[in-house]
Design a protein around this ligand. Structure first.
Ligand code: A3P
Ligand code: MG
Ligand code: MG
Ligand code: MG
Length: 344
């Protein structure tokens, strides 16, 4: 049998070349479109973060950290020690609960959103790295409230993580004060806050201009407000409160900054104190306060320093000017009441 040969007609070659050119043009124009949109957005597509996804991951991180916090407390092997002293000379406690929760929470956010700056309270060494990822599922509970995605550039984001707030109270087994917290700041503004109570399972979350699963109470007492303050890092805060708001003022001492922010909201039924104003007048770190600040802002409240100035959540991790948090009240009036004592 004669070998079979393939003969291409000149017309066939022409059609083949035209097809090839078409494919090349398609690929190249796609590339041009991508370059052009990248130019318009100022970012490569991979550098944009959906804040709704980051909220879902933050809730997951807070829950996972909470599981560690709870397990360590139940095992009674806290391995507690002091990692240093506060400026006022109190021990800064560190436990196995702080460390294991930090490992879960920080790794989950770092691995799932590699372009964002993550500042967590506890040190995450090379040996603490863990391949833990957010499962990329935005729960319906979030989708029903935050209806759409919101893209921002990853380099505008700073995530603040407190893997265990109220460590001092945790070591005393005052577990109701304990929370885990995640905050997302965009260009230094607190936008997403998550406060999770591991021992009741309650989680409050909110996104500024996005929505929240919690709300403010129906009313607050402006004339003789109940003021909530620290029980283990108080400084002269009670004197400040009584001088500013009068001797009849009721003061509640409670642990945890997250817990104290929740006391301003409508979260009764979760073993919560209820207060009108939260004041802190010693040094405090941004991971302690950012989530509460975001939640209050999202619900129309405010958290500022004692002079009424906004706290910026980039750069250094410390907040020097004290703290005044309120919702449903005229924040400026509160600042004015405090001002004779804080302007010195
Ligand atoms: N003067 C201070 N210096 C450093 N941290 C402080 C502080 N006052 C409060 N904090 C921190 O702020 C959080 C709330 O404090 P308090 O319960 O006293 O209101 C605690 O966080 P951690 O438990 O995460 O360390 C506590 O350590
Ligand atoms: Mg601490
Ligand atoms: Mg804290
Ligand atoms: Mg902490």
């Amino acid at each position: 049998m004669a070998p079979m040969g393939i003969r291409l007609s000149p017309l066939g070659i022409g059609v083949f070349c035209l097809l090839g050119l078409g494919v090349l043009y398609h690929v190249y124009s796609g590339f041009l479109t991508w370059r052009f949109s990248s130019f318009l957005l100022g970012e490569r597509a991979g550098d944009m973060v959906d804040l709704r996804e980051l909220l879902a991951a933050a809730v997951r991180a807070a829950e996972l950290g909470g599981e560690e916090v709870k397990a360590v407390r139940q095992s009674n092997k806290l391995n507690e020690n002091s990692k240093g002293k506060t400026r006022e000379g109190a021990d800064e406690m560190l436990t196995q609960g702080d460390l294991l929760s930090n490992k879960k929470m920080a790794n989950l956010i770092i691995n799932s959103f590699p372009g964002v700056q993550v500042n967590s309270e506890e040190h995450l060494g090379e040996d603490d790295k863990e391949a833990i990822y957010w499962d990329r599922v935005v729960p319906n509970e979030i989708k029903e409230i935050v209806k759409s995605s919101k893209l921002v550039s990853s380099d505008s984001i700073t995530v603040w993580i407190d893997p265990l707030d109220a460590t001092a109270e945790y070591t005393e087994n005052l577990i109701n004060y304990v929370t885990t917290m995640v905050c997302v700041a965009v260009n230094g503004k607190p936008i997403i806050g998550v406060i999770h109570k591991p021992f009741t399972g309650y989680t409050a979350w909110a996104m500024v201009e996005g929505g929240s699963n919690t709300k403010k109470r129906a009313s607050y007492n402006e004339k003789t407000p109940t003021i909530i303050v620290s029980r283990s890092h108080s400084g002269p805060v009670k004197e400040l409160a009584l001088q500013s708001f009068g001797n009849q003022t009721k003061i509640i001492s409670a642990g945890g900054s997250g817990y104290k922010v929740l006391s301003l909201l409508d979260v009764t039924g979760n073993n919560q104190d209820s207060a009108d104003v939260y004041i802190h007048n010693t040094y405090i770190k941004k991971w302690d306060i950012c989530a509460g600040n975001a939640i209050l802002n999202a619900l129309g409240g405010e958290m500022t320093n004692l002079k009424g100035e906004d706290i910026i959540y980039t750069g250094s991790d410390g907040n020097e000017g004290g703290l005044l948090a309120s919702i449903g009240l005229d924040h400026n009036t509160l600042v004015e009441k405090l001002s004779p004592k804080t302007s010195k």
